[in-house]
Design a protein around this ligand. Structure first.
Ligand code: F6R
Length: 366
C-alpha cells in the first residue's frame, strides 16, 4: 500500500505533482480562462462583499492559511486575518455577519478548528471549509467549501495536503480578484497559465532528492536549525521548521528573515545550519543581505534558490535550485525540498517517520 516506497511520507511527498493536478482538475482551464470551484461559486457574492476574511486552522493548515493571507490581499485586496483556532475560540473575538471565515483542515476533525467554526457561526459569519477528508465533521459544519482532493494522507506529517490546500486557496484568490476587478484580465490569464505548470515544476523539484540526501547526511546531527524566508516564503520557512521538528526531533525555528536581527541572530555560530528560501522575487536582494549576515557569523547556509542563480551559490554552503515560477506560487514548489530534507534527516536518525512520537494524525481533543 506504500506503492514501493519505504514510508507513506515519502510516497506522499512524491505524489504531489499528481495531487496538485487532481486538485485543479475540472476547476482550472487556463486556455479558456475558466476557473470554477463548485462550493465557492454559490457564495461568490457574499465573498466579494466581505469586509474581511478570517482564516482559522492549526499547525500545517495554519501555515497554508498564512500563504493565503498574502494571496487574498495581493490579488483580491480584501483584508485577511489568520488565526490559530485555539486562540480565536477563547478570546471573545469580534466577528459579525459581514465576516467571511475560511477554516482549513486536512482531517476535517481538528477539535479547536471545529469549535472556532461553531463560535463564528453563532455570531452570524459565513463559514467556508477547505478540507481533505470527504464527509468529515468540519465540512458538515460549514456553509460551503471546496475539497482539496489530495487523496488519503497517512503519514502524520502533512505534505501533499498542504500543497493541495494552497492550490485551492490560490484558485479562490485568483477568482475573487478577477471578479472584484482588482486583478486585470490579462494578468489573470497569465497567472492561470502559470498555475497549470505547477505540477510539472513540482515534478522537477522532486528530482533534487539525491542532492538533498547529501545535505541531510551532513546535518543530521545538528541540534538546532533556523529557517528563514520573506514574503510568500515566510510561511514556507515556518513549515520547513515544523516538518523537521515533528519527525526528526531536532529543534528548529522558522522566522521572517528580517526578524533575524531582532533576536535569533544571537544563536548563529559555526554549528547552526540556516535554511534560506531565497528565490528570485521582490525581496530577493534583502534576503541576500540576510545570507551575508549569517555567513559573516560563520553559520552554515543551505539555500533554496531559483534555477540559474549564481549570486547565492558563492555565499552558501549548499544551494538547492528549484524551477522559476510566479512569486505567489513559489511556496508550492519551494516547500518540496524542505519536506525531503526533513524526511531524510529523520530516516538517518532512525526516527519513526510515519508515526512520530507524541503525535496523532487528527487532533480530536483540544
Ligand atoms: C503537521 C501536522 C499538524 C496538522 C494540524 C492540523 O505536519 O500534521 O500540524 O497540520 O494538527 O490538522 P488538520 O489539518 O487535520 O486540521
Amino acid at each position: 500500500e506504500k506503492g514501493g516506497y519505504e514510508h507513506f511520507m515519502l510516497k506522499e511527498i512524491n505524489e504531489q505533482p499528481r495531487s496538485i493536478a487532481d486538485c485543479m482538475r475540472g476547476r482550472l482551464d487556463a486556455k479558456n480562462g475558466r476557473l470554477v470551484l463548485g462550493g465557492f461559486r454559490d457564495y461568490m457574492n457574499k465573498f466579494q462583499n466581505a469586509d474581511r476574511i478570517i482564516i482559522t486552522a492549526c499547525g500545517t493548515s495554519w501555515h497554508a492559511g498564512l500563504v493565503a493571507e498574502y494571496l487574498f490581499e495581493e490579488f483580491a485586496r480584501i483584508p485577511v486575518e489568520v488565526e490559530y483556532a485555539s486562540e480565536f475560540r477563547y478570546r471573545n473575538p469580534v466577528v459579525n455577519e459581514r465576516d467571511f471565515i475560511i477554516a482549513i483542515s486536512q482531517s476535517g476533525e481538528t477539535a479547536d478548528t471545529l469549535a472556532a467554526i461553531e463560535l463564528a457561526k453563532s455570531k452570524g459569519a459565513t463559514i467556508f471549509g477547505v478540507c481533505n477528508v470527504v464527509g468529515s465533521s468540519i465540512p458538515r459544519a460549514t456553509h460551503a467549501g471546496s475539497y482539496t482532493h489530495a487523496g488519503p494522507e497517512i503519514g502524520v506529517a502533512s505534505t501533499k495536503a498542504f500543497t493541495a490546500q494552497i492550490s485551492v486557496l490560490t484558485m479562490m484568490a485568483l477568482k475573487l480578484g478577477y471578479q472584484r476587478g482588482t486583478l486585470p484580465e490579462n494578468r489573470y490569464m497569465q497567472l492561470l497559465s502559470e498555475l497549470e505548470t505547477i505540477p510539472s515544476k513540482v515534478e522537477k523539484a522532486l528530482q533534487l532528492n539525491d542532492k538533498i540526501k547529501e545535505i541531510a547526511a551532513e546535518f543530521k546531527d545538528a541540534r538546532n536549525f533556523l529557517y528563514l524566508g520573506r514574503g510568500y516564503n515566510f510561511p514556507v520557512a515556518l513549515e520547513g521548521a515544523l516538518k523537521l521538528k515533528e519527525i526528526s526531533y531536532i529543534h528548529a525555528e522558522g522566522y521572517p528573515a528580517a526578524e533575524m536581527k531582532h533576536g535569533p541572530i544571537a544563536l548563529i555560530d559555526e554549528e547552526m545550519p540556516v535554511v534560506f528560501i531565497a528565490t528570485k522575487d521582490s525581496s530577493y536582494e534583502k534576503v541576500v543581505s540576510n545570507i551575508q549576515e549569517v555567513k559573516a557569523r560563520k553559520g552554515k547556509i543551505i539555500a533554496v534558490v531559483t534555477e540559474g542563480d549564481t549570486t547565492v551559490r558563492h555565499m552558501a554552503d549548499h544551494v538547492i535550485e528549484i524551477p522559476e515560477t510566479e512569486e505567489a506560487f513559489v511556496p508550492l514548489v519551494a516547500v518540496v525540498p524542505l519536506q525531503q530534507l526533513s524526511y531524510h534527516i529523520a530516516v538517518m536518525r532512525g526516527c519513526n517517520v510515519d508515526q512520530p512520537r507524541n503525535l496523532a494524525k487528527s487532533v480530536t481533543v483540544e
